[in-house]
Design a protein around this ligand. Structure first.
Ligand code: NAI
Length: 332
């Protein structure tokens, strides 16, 4: 057994955290030989609820969990952490404009960026789940200049997992046989789910998904829209937003970042853009990445058709607008 690592989850009294904490504490992310100390951050009015979450974590009697630190103080929450799941965010309330939402979140992610900068390990891996996830990650990174930009990522893994599940159901195979789905761009309705480079394993060989599906119209419309609107469909049915699946996606994202991807396989992550595939530079853009030794690399050289290129432009533009609005708020 190694020394315990410290892992922070923000929004720890919320619904995603309720599933995520269990997954992390039982070893789904850092493996069965890595003990950990969980730091739980939420806001002062939620400390009572958080106490209940801590009791439940205690009562799980999990062998890997060496301690729990509940707090409403970012300086305590981010102290010496190796991994940060930034789940807590200001939710969009009725009648709220995008600008109001951005404004509330810019403030939260500025404070958390500064706290990471001062208190976290310099190689901390940060995953932003709280929306607008891509721009929140950008702001957080901006206020943590002593931590490399590459260490700030935003979650599009839920969209990727949704895409994988849609293809698996269409082909009537278990989802583990489907790989290399891509989500491009922003985690918003402009995201671009792309199955054109995906593979499906059939009788031991991996075949291109478009050739097996043989239904370009379905892939270009129904598939794309189902993935884009899946979050809303879950809210309609459950009256609450995706939580179990969001927690699973956050676990998948962080596990792959720490453990790496299999040869020939890639996953989608919102990462700082280097301008690949015509995306704007210096926004957090979701790309296909491969991961080795804890470092991600954008998969280069994939062919993008004209239809997809246009969609990539739209999602890139949205991210540029969000960045501009966020910067205006900061500088105001
Ligand atoms: P929730 O409302 O159940 O929980 C959010 C928690 O964050 C609350 O306990 C709240 O008190 C806390 N919080 C608010 N401000 C905070 C701050 N400054 N510091 C620490 N904690 C703070 O929400 P839920 O369902 O857990 O969702 C959390 C976020 O994740 C939302 O922004 C949601 O839109 C986003 N989300 C992102 C997904 C993605 O794919 N990237 C998927 C699903 C949700």
């Amino acid at each position: 057994m190694s020394e315990p690592i410290r892992v922070v989850v923000t929004g720890a009294a919320g619904q995603i955290a309720y599933s995520l904490l269990y997954m992390v504490a039982k070893g789904d992310v850092f493996g069965p030989n890595q003990p950990l100390i969980l730091h739980l951050l939420d806001i002062p009015p939620m400390m009572g609820v958080l106490e209940g979450v801590v009791m439940e974590l205690d009562d799980c009697a999990l062998p890997l969990l060496h301690g729990v630190v509940p707090t409403d103080d970012p300086a305590v929450a981010f102290k010496d952490v190796s991994a940060a799941f930034l789940v807590g965010a200001m939710p969009r309330k009725q009648g709220m404009e995008r600008k109001d939402l951005l404004s509330a979140n810019v403030k939260i992610f500025k404070v958390q960026g500064e706290a990471l900068d001062q208190h976290a390990k310099k190689d901390v891996k940060v995953l932003v789940v709280g929306n607008p996830a891509n721009t929140n990650a950008l702001i957080c990174s901006r206020y943590a200049p002593s931590i490399p930009k590459e260490n700030f990522t935003a979650m599009t893994r839920l969209d990727q997992n949704r895409a994988q599940a849609q293809i698996a159901q269409k082909l009537k195979v278990p989802s583990r046989q489907v790989s290399n789905l891509i989500i491009w761009g922003n985690h918003s309705s402009t995201q671009v789910p792309d199955a054109s480079h995906a593979g499906v394993e059939i009788n031991g060989s991996v075949l291109p998904v478009p050739e097996v599906v043989k239904d370009a119209a379905w892939l270009n419309s129904t598939f794309v829209e189902t993935v884009q609107k899946r979050g809303a469909a879950v809210i309609n049915a459950r009256k609450m937003s995706s939580a179990m699946s969001a927690a699973k996606a956050a676990s998948d994202h962080m596990r792959d970042w720490f453990m790496g991807t299999q040869p020939g396989k890639f996953v989608s992550m919102g990462v700082v853009s280097d301008g690949s595939y015509g995306a704007p530079k210096d926004v957090i853009f979701s790309f296909p990445v491969s991961i080795k030794g804890g470092k991600w690399e954008i998969v280069k050289g994939l062919e993008i058709n004209d239809f997809a290129k246009k969609l990539l432009e739209v999602t890139g533009k949205e991210l540029e607008e969000e960045r501009q609005e966020a910067i205006q708020i900061i500088e105001a």
